[in-house]
Ligand binder design. Structure first.
Ligand code: ADP
Length: 227
């Protein structure tokens, strides 16, 4: 059997340790994401979703506990190796698209591939194929300012998947959009995830969207509980 794509074991994180404003954000998080599994992370604002996603995606380190990506223990790995694994194995999507304003939609999806050593022609073909999958290939040459909010977020999905990661981490990926657009864009994201077969941990406040995933977990007082 394949290793789980993501394993978190007894993860803890405290901010401002020993100070009056100490916050124990994560108090022993255990989570396993199997290959192809899509899991909703539901929690109110301030519960620690971003902290958890950043630790899972190697952007932050836990105070204790183990993060494994595709079976590899990330504890004590060099920054260089963590960065390499993050670039090739993990895709991130945020509430805001964070596209580079001076580059076109296509170029925004090209750049992470070029940084990963993919030849320009091959990267261009993949970028266009991804834009086609989310239905906005005709917008390939538009800069982000010339795209609607929903289109910007679709480009951000393509960028996150540009290097064919095994794991997608999303923090309120449609939280900035109006409800009707959010529904459509979220459906496009789920289609893309299902089609590529990657594992995803998607934070959302929206219980209807959460119900479309394989499993829902809630972050409550620093621990994960099933919904
Ligand atoms: P969420 O994404 O669920 O809104 P966060 O993970 O951003 O929650 O934050 C969880 C808690 O940790 C909040 O109380 C927040 O104020 C606190 N926090 C987050 N980052 C820091 C930091 N760098 N220093 C101190 N406190 C932080």
């Amino acid at each position: 059997m394949n290793d789980p794509v993501l394993q978190l074991e007894n993860i803890t994180k405290v901010y401002n340790l020993g100070k009056p404003n100490e916050v124990q954000v994560l108090r022993g998080i255990d989570l396993t994401l199997a290959a192809g599994e899509v899991v909703a992370l539901v929690a109110p604002s301030g519960a620690g979703k971003s902290t958890l996603l950043h630790i899972a995606g190697l952007l932050d380190t836990p105070d204790s506990g183990t993060v494994r990506i595709a079976g590899d223990d990330m504890t004590g790995q060099s920054d260089r190796r963590r960065t390499r694994i993050r670039r090739s194995d993990v895709g991130f999507i945020y509430q805001f698209h964070h596209l580079l304003p001076e580059f076109s939609a296509l170029e925004n999806i090209l750049l992470p591939q070029l940084a990963n050593g993919v030849p320009r022609a091959q990267a261009g073909i993949r970028a266009l194929a991804l834009l086609e999958k989310v239905g906005i290939a005709p917008r390939a040459d538009h800069r982000p300012a010339a795209l609607s909010g929903g289109e910007q977020q679709r480009v951000a999905f393509c960028r996150a998947l540009a290097n064919a990661p095994q794991l997608l981490l999303a923090d309120e990926p449609t939280g900035n959009l109006d409800p009707a657009t959010s529904d459509q864009v979220f459906a496009a994201l789920l289609d893309l995830v299902r089609e590529t077969g990657l594992s995803a941990l998607i934070a959302t406040h929206n219980l209807d969207l959460a119900a479309r995933m394989d499993r829902q977990i809630r972050l409550d007082s620093g621990q994960l509980v099933p919904v």
